[in-house]
Ligand binder design. Structure first.
Ligand code: DON
Length: 561
């Protein structure tokens, strides 16, 4: 009897204690996934239904995107997976960013007169850094997943074997990179069957890629970084003028890093740590803005302040940020509220500060799009925000023969030559110079936002503009809007250099353009809208999930059991 009594007491105590101690988002009954491709979103739900957790689903979505959105990410690329575990609140970031091969040298893309050799860091095998995605997926599955890796990779293998219907976005991006793809028979065979882009909605099968995925499913890391597949990579890359060795592949490791933390008006921000610049630039800009009441400000005044905050944060990106395994990154200082107060003291309401007036090194070098993002919350309240990249659409255009794997051109994200910006017009300094085995600085900004209203998971592709897009979405969240609103916010951007406000069609009114110009801003209208944001929200008050997929893309956001 005493046993029973103790049990009753214990149960009563648990009933009382659990709801208070357990994370509020547990047992949501539903899950939400937003990704850039409907088949990837469905792969995630398939794995959740099989009893997988959010981390297994993230493996499935990442691998599926590698197959059905080869323009944006893939086994030949890398990325960042920001994780939150609901039962103990544990958070980490998997850094699966590519690394420069050991034979890489600071001036490898320059001619004898220190001028960048056109396209060398963008097209072909020399542009490819050592991929991080396969190592990151194995790590994610083994360390945090519930299902065997082979099960989480199964939907991607199926898509690669049975094929998927080629869509508008695929064709549009392929057309922009056709020249690079056409140079290599191994790539043309897959992406330019019959010598030209496939027909809209025709079925694209990738049997070699299916085999490479199966090797990973069977042997984990070794299925990619050692043995037959690795040998094929090294042979094919070297024959095409690249510099990879077996040692580069064998020694690659995905690493875990502590996510960056910040606070904007009571909203807790969790975002990417270096080797991405995303979290620091986002938090630094929000810290600057937290000193202003943006609500009553008129539209021009509000945008002026946002631009001035972006200018200063991107300036520090160029000066200080690089791979933390190679350079000392002053993350604490740059994300400190007092530091932001100092930056605010140089902001005037009536006038833009020309970027050249910002203190610091002037000899900055250029860094150099395609990428993808997905966001998931599972029914236990676990979360993943992942941004993955092979850099330009279809990466380097080079498929290592027999592997089906399209290699990245992420070497262009290093600051490699003086005088010009990279593919995104970004400049950088010594902190982001090429060095053997180093990770190139990224702008990817997978992010969580949390306050009493809810928990948001978001991110987007878009090169240098990634972080400013997440910033605009965070401000929209702060105003109480839903994911469907954050993903369609009209976008404008400032990245320190070039010293201009870049904006997509319709993002600024005539009055705002005139008002900003009167303050001394240079305005640069962009020909097209940009970004492909994927976001989910758990509303703590209504206990409902909602999700949004950028109307600029072809993604799918779903809430379901
Ligand atoms: O890591 C980076 O910052 C870039 N490689 C991202 C490129 C990108 O987002 C292109 N997207 N449209």
């Amino acid at each position: 009897m005493p046993e029973v009594k103790r049990l009753i007491c214990l149960c009563a105590a648990l009933l009382f204690v659990l709801p208070a101690n357990a994370p509020a988002e547990q047992n949501l009954h539903q899950a939400a996934i937003a990704s850039a491709h409907p088949l990837a979103t469905r792969a995630g739900f398939e794995i959740l239904k099989k009893g997988g957790n959010v981390f297994d689903a993230a493996v499935a979505v990442s691998a599926a995107l590698a197959v059905v959105e080869p323009s944006g990410s893939g086994l030949g690329g890398g990325g960042y997976w920001l994780l939150h575990r609901a039962d103990d609140g544990f958070e980490t970031m998997i850094d699966g960013r590519e690394k420069a091969p050991f034979a890489a040298r600071r001036n490898m893309f320059l001619d004898g007169r220190d001028k960048a050799i056109p396209k060398l860091s963008v097209d072909g095998a020399l542009a490819a850094a050592i991929p991080g995605m396969p190592a990151a997926l194995v790590h994610l599955s083994e360390r945090y997943g519930r299902l065997p890796l082979a099960e989480s990779l199964a939907p991607a293998i199926r898509y690669a074997e049975n094929g998927f219907a080629v869509g508008h976005k695929f064709l549009k991006l392929l057309k922009t990179r056709q020249q690079a793809v056409r140079r290599f028979a191994s790539s043309s065979r897959i992406f330019l069957p019959k010598g030209k882009p496939p027909e809209l909605f025709s079925i694209l099968r990738q049997p070699d890629l299916a085999n490479t995925l199966k090797q990973i499913a069977k042997s984990g890391r070794d299925g990619f970084y050692r043995g037959d597949v690795a040998a094929k990579f090294v042979k094919s890359v070297r024959e095409a003028g690249g510099i990879w060795t077996g040692e580069d592949l064998e020694s690659y490791r995905a690493v875990e890093r502590r996510p960056l933390k910040g606070d904007y008006r009571g909203i807790k921000i969790t975002s990417s740590a270096p080797s991405s610049s995303g979290g620091i630039v986002l938090i630094e800009a929000l810290n600057v803005l937290s000193g202003y009441d943006l609500k009553p400000a008129d539209d021009t005044a509000r945008k002026h302040l946002i631009v001035e905050a972006m200018r200063r944060a991107y300036h520090d990106r160029a000066l200080y940020l690089g791979d933390p395994d190679y350079v000392a990154v002053p993350a604490e200082r740059l994300t400190n509220a007092d530091y932001a107060a100092g930056l605010r003291s140089s902001i005037r309401f009536d006038k833009a500060l020309p970027s050249v007036m910002l203190a610091g090194e002037t000899e900055l070098e250029p860094e150099a799009a395609n990428t993808t993002h997905f966001s998931i919350i599972d029914r236990e309240g676990n979360r993943v925000a992942a941004t993955l990249s092979i850099n330009f659409p279809f990466g380097s255009g080079f498929v290592a023969d027999g592997t089906g794997v399209l290699l990245n051109d992420e070497m262009d994200d290093f600051a490699s030559s003086a005088g010009e910006g990279n593919g995104y017009g970004l400049v950088g300094g010594a902190a982001n110079a090429i060095a053997p085995g180093k990770r190139m600085l990224s702008s990817m900004t997978p992010t969580f936002l949390e306050n009493e209203r809810g928990v948001a998971v978001l991110g987007t592709p878009g090169g240098s503009r990634i972080t400013s897009m997440v910033l605009l979405a965070a401000l929209d969240y702060a105003e109480g809007h839903e994911p469907a609103s954050w993903v369609k916010v009209p976008r404008f951007h400032h990245q320190y250099l070039p010293d201009a406000i870049q904006y997509e069609p319709g993002a600024l009114s005539e009055a705002e353009i005139a008002g900003l110009a009167a303050k001394g801003h240079r305005l640069m209208s962009l020909p097209e809208r940009y970004g492909d944001m994927q976001a989910v929200l758990w509303n703590k008050k209504t206990r409902e999930l909602s999700a949004g997929s950028d109307p600029r893309g072809e993604g799918l956001a779903l809430v379901g059991p």
